[in-house]
Every structure is written in structure tokens, then in C-alpha cells.
Design a binder for this molecule. Structure first.
Ligand code: ATP
Ligand code: MG
Length: 424
């Protein structure tokens, strides 16, 4: 019987995994100087956490969630996104009692039952951030600026920032009315999902991916024409802050995002390098969500980036730096194997990646192996060398070679590997 991974799910193997690590550590480095701290959250949550926050009539909740009863019959969902869980944790752990703002980042797998294709998987990985307690438009711009700094330092090119404001509960009703008015004579031509959305959440029609609906919504009212004074001035200040920070943007009035919890600012970052699944990051404000989860009134904003799309871009643009052993110790004879394992321990304590030829094969075959591993050096230790207190070494990069006293190993290492940990 042959086994294979589930459809839309993939392994991340070396050497690709080095790119993933690079992206993760870069994210940690960039986000931490903006005051974001890592938060680690469960992958499974109670289903209602997502249905209530993301919204009943969204694609994610209607079609994409991995939901199942656990053994006690509770409805469990594999998280399709991070924000709902972060908000749940923020409220449950009373993090609103800590000094404001509270800023978090997370990284990990998300699950959506989607049609697998390039840049779209059923288990995919996101790095995301969420910030609680700041309403000021300058902060929205700072978040976008941080995202830009991160993506540029990661090496992503051709970035476009699309931005919109979808207002608040005060301006939403008038817009909703205008939308239902616009679609009322087109109702029968909309896709079946949008006919339901028309009743429950007409804003979602603007996010529908069906060709016919995209056609029918041409000329639809624009949400930015319905913003209340406060939302309008917030949006205008976000845009002027973006100009001050030199972040080129494009206002996209149909950018309502696929989740219901957003308020005011929404945004998406795309790269022309990506082809059809071109959104590399997306997010927005969700000023009501903490309250909906039972917490105090708390403005909040966040975004999430798709790791697969990011690493695809980097692979195409860069090439992966693959680490390899520093030293391969080839051994000849029983005593040499024990001596080599002691020396290997000392080298590893200095931070050097060391491999030992334990398999008792010929010197030639061990050196061939060292070469195949792209080791920088081979050390040769035989019973003979042990008697004379010396070892032979070979630099596999420039083919130089020589012999050194085993007692002088420390000096040899510090001259050849200046970055190795210095002995105390
Ligand atoms: P899309 O429009 O591409 O479906 P989305 O609006 O559903 O994206 P979000 O929920 O905002 O995406 O997630 C943020 C980012 O996560 C996306 O911009 C994308 O990079 C990534 N992402 C979302 N869904 C997937 C998926 N199924 N496979 C891989 N990456 C994904
Ligand atoms: Mg989607």
C-alpha cells in the first residue's frame, strides 16, 4: 500500500525549509523593533469562535472550514485564520488589563477547504500580527510601513498596496441600503450564494469571485461615498500618513475583504511576481471584535501574510543558501572512532557542524561522502595518528592540506573558523 499526503497539503523539506526559517526569523526581527511579541495559540478552537467573528455568509464559514465533532460531540474547527483566536486569547487572558497597546505576532498553519492550485493550499502557513488599543490613523500607516519594510527586506519586488475604508456600524446601514437598491433588479442573475448574501450581508457580493457577479457589480455604489464624518476623516488621515511615510498606495473601493469583522481600514498587498494568486498579505481594522468576544471596547488592527506565496517569490528571486557541515572527521580503526567522537563533541561545543565517519568504510569512500555533504574540511584520524598525537586535515574548498597536533586543535579552529565560540 502506498501512502501520500492529503490533497492540498504539502511537506516542507530541506533545502526549502531554510527559506522558511529565514523568513520567520526576519519577521521576528522586524516586528520586534515595532514592539510586537510572539503569541502561540491552539490550532483547534470551538467552531463558534470562527462562525461568529468571520461571519455566517462568508466563503470561509460557508464552504472552507474543517469542522468536525470531537469524541464528546463538541463542534471543533481547525483554525482557518489567526485573528479570531488572538482576540479570543486577548479577552480570555485579560490582556486588556496590561498597558495599551498590546502587540502580537504569530506564525503557523491555517486550514481551508479550497480548490488546491498554485499559491492556494488546504493547509497553508501564515505569519500575522494583531495590535490592540490604538485607533489613530497614523498607527494604521505604521502597520503598513512595517509590512513594507519586512517584505522589502525579505526581497519581494513589485509591491502594490491597495487600501480602502469600509466604515463603521454608523455608516454601514446607508451603504447596505444603497447596495440592495443597486442589486434589486439584478437579483435573479446573481449566483445562488450572492442571492443569500443579498438578504444577509450584501457587502459580501462585492467580494464574490464568480465572473457573472463581478460583471453585475460594475457601477455599484462605492463604500467610500457613504462614510460618516469620523470614518471619512480617519481614512483621509490614514492616506496622508501613508504619503508622509512614502508608501505608494491605490484606493480600491471594492476591497471589502472576505471576513465580516473588519471596520474602517482594509488593505491588501499584491506582487506582480505572483501570477493569479497575487495577494501576499492582507488585513485591516476590527474595532468591534474585542467587544463581541466579551472584552472592553478596544480598537484593533492586523494583517496576515501567506508563507507559501512569500517563499515562492523568494525562491524565484534569490536562490537558497544551503548550510553544510564545517568538518567531517574520517576515521580509520576502532580507537580512532572513539577519539573522533570526543573531538566531534568539542567542535560542536564551539558551534561547528561536525559529522563523524562512523561506518568503517574506506578513507576514499569517507572523503567522497565529506565532499557530497559539501563539508568545508575533512579531518583524518587513524590509530596511527593517535599514536603520534597528530591528525591530518584537508580543506575541501581549496584542496589545501596539512598535519596538526591534536593538542593544537583549539588554535587550528580559531584560525580557520574565527566565528567559532571562543574557549572560556
Ligand atoms: P485570497 O484572496 O487569495 O483567497 P484571502 O482574502 O482569503 O486571500 P486572507 O484570509 O486575508 O486571504 O489571508 C491572508 C493571506 O494568506 C493571503 O493574502 C494569502 O497570501 C494567504 N492565503 C490565504 N488563503 C490561502 C491558501 N488557501 N493557500 C495559501 N495561502 C493562502
Ligand atoms: Mg480566500
Amino acid at each position: 500500500m502506498k501512502y501520500s499526503a492529503l490533497k492540498g497539503v504539502h511537506d516542507i523539506l530541506p533545502p526549502d525549509v531554510y527559506l522558511w526559517q529565514k523568513v520567520e526569523s526576519l519577521a521576528q526581527g522586524v516586528f520586534s523593533v515595532y514592539g510586537f511579541q510572539e503569541i502561540r495559540l491552539p490550532i483547534i478552537e470551538s467552531t463558534d469562535i470562527f462562525t461568529r467573528s468571520i461571519g455566517e455568509t462568508t466563503d470561509i464559514v460557508e464552504k472552507e472550514m474543517y469542522t468536525f465533532p470531537d469524541r464528546a460531540g463538541r463542534s471543533i474547527t481547525l483554525r482557518p485564520e489567526g485573528t479570531a483566536s488572538v482576540v479570543r486569547a486577548y479577552v480570555e487572558n485579560h490582556l486588556h488589563n496590561l498597558p495599551s497597546p498590546q502587540k502580537f505576532f504569530y506564525a503557523g498553519p491555517m486550514f481551508r477547504y479550497e480548490r488546491p492550485q498554485k499559491g492556494r493550499f488546504r493547509q497553508f502557513y501564515q505569519i500575522g500580527i494583531e495590535a490592540f488599543g490604538l485607533e489613530s490613523p497614523e498607527f494604521d500607516a505604521e502597520i503598513l510601513s512595517m509590512l513594507k519594510v519586512f517584505l522589502e527586506r525579505a526581497g519581494v519586488k513589485g509591491l502594490n498596496f491597495e487600501i480602502n475604508s469600509i466604515g463603521c456600524e454608523d455608516c454601514r446601514p446607508a451603504f447596505r441600503k444603497a447596495l440592495t437598491g443597486f442589486f434589486s433588479d439584478k437579483l435573479n442573475d446573481l449566483c445562488p450564494d450572492c442571492q443569500v448574501r443579498y438578504e444577509h450581508n450584501p457587502l459580501r457580493i462585492l467580494d464574490c469571485k464568480v465572473e457573472r457577479c463581478i460583471e453585475l457589480r460594475k457601477g455599484a455604489p462605492r463604500v467610500t461615498d457613504f462614510l460618516c464624518d469620523e470614518c471619512r476623516s480617519h481614512f483621509e488621515s490614514v492616506l496622508s500618513s501613508l504619503r508622509i511615510l512614502d508608501i505608494p498606495y491605490e484606493v480600491n473601493p471594492t476591497l471589502v475583504r472576505g471576513l465580516d469583522y473588519y471596520t474602517r481600514t482594509t488593505f491588501e498587498v499584491t506582487s506582480e511576481q505572483l501570477g493569479s494568486q497575487k495577494a501576499v498579505a492582507a488585513g485591516g481594522r476590527y474595532d468591534r471584535l474585542v467587544e463581541e468576544f466579551g472584552g472592553p471596547e478596544t480598537p484593533a488592527i492586523g494583517f496576515a501574510m501567506g508563507m507559501e506565496r512569500l517563499t515562492t517569490l523568494l525562491k524565484e528571486s534569490g536562490g537558497i543558501l544551503i548550510p553544510s557541515p564545517d568538518i567531517f572527521i574520517a576515521t580509520l580503526g576502532k580507537r580512532a572512532v572513539s577519539e573522533a567522537s570526543v573531538i566531534a563533541g568539542e567542535l560542536r561545543a564551539k558551534g561547528l557542524w561536525t559529522e563523524v565517519g562512523y561506518d568503517g568504510s574506506s578513507l576514499k569512500s569517507q572523503l567522497r561522502k565529506a565532499d557530497r555533504l559539501a563539508s568545508s574540511y575533512a579531518f583524518i584520524i587513524g590509530d596511527n595518528e593517535i599514536s603520534t598525537g597528530k591528525f591530518k586535515w584537508k580543506n575541501l574548498k581549496d584542496s589545501s592540506q596539512g598535519e596538526t597536533d591534536i593538542s593544537g586543535l583549539g588554535d587550528f579552529i580559531s584560525s580557520r573558523f574565527p566565528d567559532a565560540v571562543k574557549p572560556r
